[in-house]
Every structure is written in structure tokens, then in C-alpha cells.
Design a binder for this molecule. Structure first.
Ligand code: A2P
Length: 359
């Protein structure tokens, strides 16, 4: 008889299961449990058979007493407080940077492994920023706080990481097509409600995002730095890709755009490498990369699409082609799409915890 999934150690990176003694049941907290990422964290813990003994669902006082479900059992949401971290082994944070700044160090000091989905600690020198398929080695046993990258950086690095290992990347040009989910559950609802209003000819005043969202797109809503002309989202992606790829000098430029898609981000990339890289070789590398699925069918004109990436763990990669603007053969263009709530947030966070717990 094969062992039950809960008695296995999950090897998230290789996608293998390895026989091991049953892991200790862990007390797990989710901060921001009622949000869009929070819902996916609960689902991922269940689907990946994370060894949860007790689950504490934490949110703002507005949600205290609300009932959610884990493994078919009701769990009552509690208001976030310092005491809520007593006895917690692993705490996932997804309630924004200021909540992480206030409570993340408290949870870590109480002995929890903190996996933070916010931007609060990502660029701190002593905090690893991890996408397990790319840089699991950077998370060591002594780290009690590990940062989960920005969703665009996490999705893009799934394609860039394996290529960078083949021949170092010199320069990246990127343009994004970002879904509503990146701005939270309320923005997803705004997309639904404003689209319905548009189709019914009713007026709709945006509540969450700064511009009309139905049948429209706009430059990412993060504040712009007048010195550089880049918005906060663009700066995060540039900084974080350098950290994830361990390439501090990487030359990178990006334009981030919000599009009326519910939950998967798309990214157009043009990448210059130190040495020539043939499209066929890049395709071969990405076809074998963990967590990546090649969708690159020129005959059927079938390439990565948000509707096919939504709800999927894998990042879809396609349109891999030589960049004709660089006759040296050192540049490729490609198109990458990944579920913002999964690889861009909840899935990657759980994989980080699995990587550390497994050691
Ligand atoms: P709540 O639902 O009680 O407001 P999203 O990113 O989808 O907008 O979700 C944000 C998450 O962060 C929600 O779970 C939200 O809880 C939580 N949150 C927001 N403010 C606080 C706060 N002050 N304390 C704890 N959780 C918070």
C-alpha cells in the first residue's frame, strides 16, 4: 500500500515525493486569511497536504468571527493580535506591508518561520527572497523570516532563472499585462462589477482602482517616482529580479500595465545574454524546467494565455524566438503567463515553507 500523502515529505522543487518519517504536525497561521491570497493559501495547504495540526486564520477585527473552511472543517477567523502567534510554527503574511512590518518580527521572535508575501522585507540584506525552483539555496535554517517576491518577479524568474543558468543574462526589457488579483479581492470585484455595469449601460464610479477598469487598461496604479519616472511596481520588479538572479548589475527596464483580466499576469520579455542562445535551445531548457509548461505551438497559434494559466500551478512560457533587433544572436523574446494568486503569491509561499520544513 502506498503511504498517505501526509506521511510523505513533499519535494516541492523537483515535484518528487520522498519516503520519510511522518512530519510533526505544525501550528500554522495565515495573516490576511480573508483576502484573495489568503483564500489560496488555505487551499494550497490543503491540496499540498502541508502537515497542519492547527490552523489559525487571522484578519482585521472586521472579519473576526467569520467562518471559513479547512479540510471540510469550519475555522473561525480571529482578529490579528500579538498573542495569536503564541505556539505558531509557520506564519504566512498576506495583509500588506505595514501589517508585516508590525507583526512579522513579533511572530519570528516567538519562534515562527515567517513567510511574508508583502514588500516589507524583500530587499533587506539579511532576508532571503526565494523562488524555490530558482534559488532555494539562499534560504538557510537560521532564517526565521523569508520574503515571497512580487508576483511579476516570481512569474518572470521562472523563465529567466533556467536561461540565466545556461548563459548569464546581461539585459532585460519587459512589459506586463497585470490582472486585477494583484490589487486584492476588492479589485477583482471591481472588475466584475464595472464590467457588468458597462454592459448594462449603467454608470460606475471606480472604488478601488484609480481609473475605469472595464474594457480599459492603464499604467500600474503604484505611485510614480518623479526622479526616475518608474512607478513602485516597476521598481520592485527590477530590484527583486536582480536579487533573485543574484545579478546585482543586471540591466533591466520595465513598463507595468494593469489589464482587465481577473487573476493571471502576462509578461513580454526581451532578454540579452552574454553569449548567443538559440531559440531551440531555450525551448529545450524551459521544457525541462520545474514548474514551467511550454505552450509554444506556432502552427496552432497557441501561446500562453491568462485563461489557461488561471488556477494552474505551472507558469506558461511561449513565443520563444530570436530577437531580430540583435543580429549577434545573443537576444531572445518570449511571453510568460502565470497565476498571480498561485505562483505569484500563495503557491510560492507554501513552497518556501515546504523547502525549509523539509530540511
Ligand atoms: P479583512 O478582510 O478583515 O479586511 P486583499 O489583498 O484581498 O485585499 O486582502 C487583504 C487581507 O488583509 C484581508 O484578509 C484583510 O482582512 C487583511 N487585513 C487588512 N487590514 C488588516 C489589519 N489591520 N489587520 C489584520 N488583517 C488585515
Amino acid at each position: 500500500m502506498s503511504p498517505s500523502p501526509d506521511s510523505l515529505t513533499l519535494d516541492a522543487v523537483a515535484g518528487n515525493t520522498v519516503s520519510a518519517p511522518p512530519p510533526r504536525r505544525l501550528t500554522v497561521a495565515i495573516v490576511g486569511a480573508t483576502g484573495a491570497v489568503g483564500a489560496e493559501l488555505i487551499d494550497q495547504l490543503e491540496r499540498r497536504h502541508f502537515p497542519v495540526g492547527e490552523l489559525r486564520l487571522l484578519a482585521s477585527p472586521r472579519s473576526a468571527g467569520k467562518g471559513l473552511t479547512f479540510r471540510g472543517n469550519p475555522v473561525v477567523v480571529q482578529a490579528l493580535s500579538e498573542d495569536a502567534f503564541d505556539g505558531v510554527d509557520v506564519a504566512f503574511f498576506s495583509a500588506g506591508a505595514s501589517i508585516s512590518r508590525q507583526y512579522g518580527p513579533v511572530a519570528a521572535a516567538k519562534g515562527a518561520l515567517v513567510v511574508d508575501n508583502s514588500s516589507a522585507f524583500r530587499m533587506a540584506e539579511d532576508v532571503p527572497l526565494i523562488v524555490p525552483e530558482v534559488n532555494a539555496h539562499a534560504a538557510r535554517a537560521e532564517h526565521r523570516l523569508i520574503a515571497n517576491p512580487n508576483c511579476v518577479a516570481a512569474v518572470a524568474v521562472m523563465a529567466l532563472g533556467p536561461l540565466h543558468r545556461e548563459t548569464p543574462i546581461r539585459r532585460v526589457f519587459a512589459a506586463t499585462y497585470q490582472a486585477a488579483s494583484g490589487a486584492g479581492a476588492a479589485a477583482m470585484e471591481e472588475l466584475r462589477a464595472s464590467t457588468a455595469a458597462y454592459l448594462e449601460g449603467r454608470p460606475y464610479t471606480p472604488q478601488v482602482l484609480p481609473h475605469p477598469y472595464a474594457f480599459n487598461l492603464f499604467s500600474h496604479n503604484a505611485a510614480m517616482d518623479p526622479q526616475t519616472g518608474y512607478n513602485g511596481e516597476e521598481q520592485k520588479v527590477m530590484d527583486e529580479l536582480r536579487k533573485l538572479l543574484e545579478a546585482p548589475q543586471l540591466r533591466i527596464g520595465i513598463t507595468c500595465v494593469r489589464v482587465p483580466v481577473l487573476r493571471a499576469h502576462a509578461i513580454a520579455l526581451t532578454v540579452e545574454f552574454e553569449t548567443p542562445l538559440a531559440a531551440a535551445r531555450a525551448r529545450e531548457i524551459l521544457a525541462g524546467a520545474p514548474g514551467v509548461r511550454l505552450v509554444d505551438d506556432a502552427v496552432a497559434n497557441h501561446y500562453p494565455m491568462p485563461v489557461e494559466a488561471s488556477g494552474r500551478d505551472e507558469v506558461l512560457v511561449g513565443r520563444i524566438r530570436q530577437d531580430l533587433g540583435d543580429p549577434s544572436g545573443c537576444s531572445l523574446s518570449l511571453f510568460v503567463v502565470g497565476d498571480q494568486l498561485l505562483k505569484g503569491a500563495a503557491l510560492n509561499a507554501i513552497q518556501i515553507a515546504e523547502t525549509v520544513v523539509r530540511r
